[in-house]
Design a protein around this ligand. Structure first.
Ligand code: HAM
Length: 441
């Protein structure tokens, strides 16, 4: 009896084809730009002790209370598959005594795990690009991170996305604001949605995130952070916004932006698609592309001294959903090598490896009859086919077929790679000329 194939775990994805190319394009762009901004690469464990996340992110957050993949390992220790990078990076900073390197500018990317209800743009295993600056209290750090985020989104050619910016103030301002919000929402508790009533007990700032219509009317009237900001917190926010202005990064103020993780102080931000636009419709209800902020208290919550830090992360799948296929790398195929006889395999392998060492991309068309092999060469978009037959080989030659105009001619094996490089160059010049590109550029 045929065995039943196991299904993939709900909320995980097997990413292939154009989606995998878009994913790779996001990672390549991130890696290139983080070098421009001189962020060092960091590789982190995918599992941490559970307390790293519960202490850093906050017990009452959705991530910690409902979404973590936590289990006891065989040694009886509670471990968790990372739901985000920041807490683990802060732990690594303390474990390794990296204070001596502060300020550290760090970048990483990889898979994360949250037990959420899967839908378009929201998965249980997803991937982020992530950057952090640890050990910098200056608003310049916030500005640098935001300008970098803006540049990445631009270079991915994602349009119709805006930076929403808020300040949560320092610990003192934030606590005073929280107290005023609790008082206000207690007064209108009966009119809040059931979800928000529950949030009022656990995590009142999250009420500001509610999508419920009635909640939104009440939120519009709720006390605003600006009335509670200390002078120092106001000055900090002004410095961040003037840095953004000087760098030419546009933003909108979003007074109800609080973020889902408890560790933020001062700057909090998200890049969100504009309502009604193309990007918003492609992302569905999962609107936030990139989110982050300053987390000056986090390292202390893990037992360190008060070390200021700021960072952001963006969902790779969400960014990839917004990249048009025309922006993806064209994985061009220069040459298809086609064996046309029983005794030529060794020579074909030699030709393939010589051409590839010369940076010429090759497809080895080895299945089916000659017609099928030529079809494969054409489907791969090869500019030329190199046909290797016994009779020609005996004379030290192969046959070249120009896949565009169909011309066919013999060529000596001795000059194969130089001749192909030259022909490819000529073809590209012709192609660029047809597309209006100056070949001298
Ligand atoms: P976050 O807002 O929880 O922040 O996640 C950042 C981004 O990760 C989101 O904007 C979204 O694009 C993506 N994301 C989150 N959950 C999912 C999911 N289930 N499926 C697909 N994509 C998802 C953080 O993680 C903070 N650690 C960011 C940060 C870094 N703050 C300071 N430093």
């Amino acid at each position: 009896m045929k065995k039943k194939t196991p299904a993939a775990v709900r909320g995980t994805q097997d990413i292939y084809g154009i989606d995998a190319e878009a994913f790779a394009f996001v990672v390549e762009t991130f890696d290139r730009i983080r070098r421009l901004y001189r962020f060092g690469r960091l590789e982190m464990p995918a599992i941490e002790k559970t307390e790293v996340f519960s202490r850093a992110i906050g017990e009452t957050t959705d991530v910690v209370s409902k979404e973590m993949y936590s289990f006891e390992d065989r040694g009886g220790h509670s471990v968790t598959l990372r739901p985000e990078f920041t807490a683990g990076i802060a732990r690594a900073f303390l474990t390794n005594g990296w204070q001596q390197h502060a300020p550290m500018k760090l970048a990483t990317h990889g898979p994360l795990f949250r037990y959420e209800r899967p839908q378009k743009g929201r998965y249980r295993q997803f991937h982020q690009i992530d950057t952090e600056i640890i050990g910098a209290a200056e608003p310049h750090a916030d500005v640098e991170l935001l300008v970098m985020a803006d540049q990445i989104i631009r270079e991915l050619q994602i349009e119709g996305v805006s930076l929403h910016l808020n300040t949560l103030g320092d610990a003192e301002s934030r606590n005073a604001w929280r107290g005023a919000l609790v008082k206000y929402f207690m007064g209108v508790k009966g009119d809040l949605s059931l979800d928000s009533q529950a949030r009022l007990e656990r995590n009142p700032l999250r009420i500001l995130d509610s999508k419920d219509r009635q909640d939104q009317i009440l939120i519009a009237e709720a006390p605003k952070i600006d009335s509670f900001l200390s002078d120092e917190a106001s000055r900090f926010f002004e410095d961040v916004t003037s840095g953004l202005k000087a760098s030419g990064v546009k933003w909108v103020r979003s007074q109800s932006l609080v973020r889902g993780l408890d560790y933020y102080r001062h700057t909090a931000f998200e890049f969100i698609p504009d309502k009604g636009g193309e990007a918003a419709s492609r992302l569905g209800s999962q609107s936030t592309l990139l989110g982050g902020g300053r987390y000056d208290g986090l390292i202390e919550s893990l037992g360190g001294s008060p070390i200021p830090a700021v960072g952001w992360a963006a969902g790779i799948e969400r960014l990839a959903l917004l990249i048009g296929s025309s922006n993806l790398h064209n994985h061009h195929c220069d040459v298809a090598v086609i064996p046309a006889g029983p005794n030529v395999e060794g020579e074909v392998q030699r030709i393939l490896s010589t051409l590839r060492k010369q940076n010429i991309s090759c497809e080895f068309a080895f299945t089916g009859n000659m017609k099928k092999r030529l079809q494969k060469a054409s489907a791969a978009g090869a500019a030329f086919a190199v046909i290797v037959g016994d009779a020609e080989l005996a004379k030290g030659e192969i046959t070249i077929k120009d896949m565009v105009n169909g011309e066919q001619f013999p060529l000596s094996l001795d000059v194969l790679s130089q001749a192909i490089s030259k022909m490819l160059l000529e073809k590209r010049i012709v192609q660029d000329r047809n597309e209006g590109v100056d070949p001298n550029l």
